[in-house]
Write a protein that binds this ligand. Sequence first.
Ligand SMILES: C=C(O[C@H]1C=CC=C(C(=O)O)[C@@H]1O)C(=O)O
Length: 388
Amino acid sequence: MTVSTPPLIPMRTPVPGDAPVPLSIDITPSTLVMSTPAHLLLADDNDEQAPLTGPLTALASQVATTLHQPGMVAAGLISFDATSSRLALCSAPRWADPLLAPYCFGCRHPSWTLKAEPEPAAYLAAVRQAQEMIKAGPLHKVVLARTMVLEADRPLTVKELLAHLPGPNARYVYAAPTGEDTWLIGASPELLVSRHGRTVATTPMAGSAPRSFDPTVDQARALALQGSGKDLQEHRLVVDAVARALAPFCEHLYVPARPQLTATSTMWHLSTPITGRLRDPGTCSLTLAAALHPTPAVCGTPENLAREVIGALEPVERGFYAGLVGWQDAAGDGEWALALRCGAVSGNTLRLYAGAGIVAGSEPEAELAETSAKFSTLLRALRVHTDL
Ligand SMILES: C=C(O[C@H]1C=CC=C(C(=O)O)[C@@H]1O)C(=O)O
């Protein structure tokens, strides 16, 4: 069994003013917080420039004209449907070492009430409907998501929620403002794309299995995933789409023939670390993100049909879930993770999102269990005990 190491991301060279791991993170309601395998970024809105809110296709040129000073970054969220974004333009980003472990000790957790939306039975019905469409063709794969609404007995703060999220293998931990006193927080395993100089990296994931507390069962699930025809097919669709989208930008593109296993604290995933070298050093990270998003890891194939099916079968708008969270600097370097394993925070409410890739060979009950396991990334971190 091969278990992957994190993707190769060159460390950013420390500059004067960088801080060591912070003991307490100083954030305001407009701070984007993003911890990646290489660093922690804290980016605040610039008082003189409103955040960029346009479609993904317009962002590369808007960011290029707006980031006029070395050291500035544009950082934030891009929606799943790519029509809207919220990128703060930050002239003095704070960089520090990544967050590796929870940094909240002995806090009082709220009491929660939970409600699945839609109910599990409705999700199962939607999965079966999607499978009928796949049988009829030409749909091959669609990612169907559901949500879980958690109501706390008191208002939630991003600071307290974020403090519990870092942990083993949650490669991208983030809290990003989405509006007046609303945020998306999450702990995602998946890198959509990074660009550092001429080096491009992406780690598509698809094909998953919940982890088990029993080590024997856990290993058996990992091995079964590695040999599962259904999961390998689901994974291949994503790798092919990603390689096709990146190829025109790259003079070399290394695509491993077989996926690896990646573990998070709650899931096993099939993942393929792809690296490339840019043909044109002027291609920025947002141009690459626009060419890739949405991959079949969050949407499906064919893409337009999958989008329609998602619109028809998912009762809750995705918003920024399954969109992108990340940053780009004035040199065009940047990192964009998929906004997965996340929840939208507003007042006392936290709405969690989780999806699963549906293909012809899917078993609806297993896809429901997979979404439950994906919810448990945040539920466990926040000490919410529930039988999903
Ligand atoms: C859509 C989600 O996960 C994606 C990422 C990794 C594996 C996936 C899968 O196996 O279905 C999903 O494509 C989610 O976490 O909500």
